[in-house]
Design a protein around this ligand. Structure first.
Ligand code: ADP
Ligand code: MG
Ligand code: MG
Length: 209
């Protein structure tokens, strides 16, 4: 299968950092409605530090790359999203290995990242969290690859599923994280973490396809 170069993986992370910066105010606004209003600044601070670390010392292989990303996010971002996104990328590193990565490696690594978020945060589908974008994205990616679609098309399907999953968080009642403190009042708002995760999958489709 076609290789995904370390350069392409790095370009994905830089594109995600750019998308987070561009959408920082929206992510913050969403978190103001059902949280403490810091998701945009949290993610932007973390991903800016990731880009600075990449500029400083470009990792030699995929495992080193994602390990650096995960470690940076855990150390720079507090709250829920730092450890959750940090765990996600550390699991990517562990499951995908040094490389070279192909489409199958990427899908397997993403699934391991998802499992890491579940293990860390104990949330499930429908709890109104980042998982509501990540789970459908992984499922769509696996299904598309199993059907023989090339990586680009499979990632486009994953990005569509992530966006739909993000939108589907609006009517959900939050059962995990700060939004859960609101109970019924969390209904009617889009989840900030599902929104940033949708950006993560959309940039993967744009950069790795
Ligand atoms: P905090 O809530 O600590 O201020 P952020 O605002 O950066 O952290 O991130 C909030 C997002 O984290 C939520 O929108 C949700 O998607 C995600 N989240 C919170 N708790 C969990 C959990 N237990 N499992 C998965 N995702 C979670
Ligand atoms: Mg917050
Ligand atoms: Mg916070």
């Amino acid at each position: 299968a076609d290789e995904i170069s370390v350069d392409a993986l790095q370009a994905w992370l830089r594109a995600f950092a750019g998308a987070v910066a561009e959408n920082r105010d929206q992510l913050t606004k969403l978190d103001q409605a059902i949280g403490d209003g810091d998701h945009g600044t949290n993610m932007d601070r973390g991903m800016s530090a990731v880009v600075a670390a990449l500029d400083d010392a470009p990792p030699a292989d995929a495992a080193a790359l994602f390990k650096q990303v995960g470690t940076t996010l855990v150390s720079k971002v507090g709250g829920a999203s730092g450890p959750l996104y940090g765990t996600f990328f550390l699991r990517l590193a562990g499951a995908g290995g040094a490389g070279p990565w192909d489409a199958e490696t990427f899908a397997r690594a993403l699934r391991a990242g998802l499992d890491g978020v579940v293990a860390r945060g104990k949330a499930e589908a429908g709890d109104k969290t980042m998982l509501d974008a990540l789970i459908p994205a992984c499922d769509a990616l696996d299904a598309a690859l199993a059907a023989g679609q090339p990586l680009g098309e499979a990632l486009t399907a994953a990005a569509d599923a992530a966006r739909d999953g993000r939108d589907a968080t609006v009517p959900m009642l939050a059962r995990k994280g700060r939004a859960s403190y609101l109970g019924e009042r969390s209904i009617g708002h889009q989840d900030p973490g599902a929104t940033s995760t949708s950006l993560l999958v959309e940039t993967a489709a744009a950069e790795l396809g």
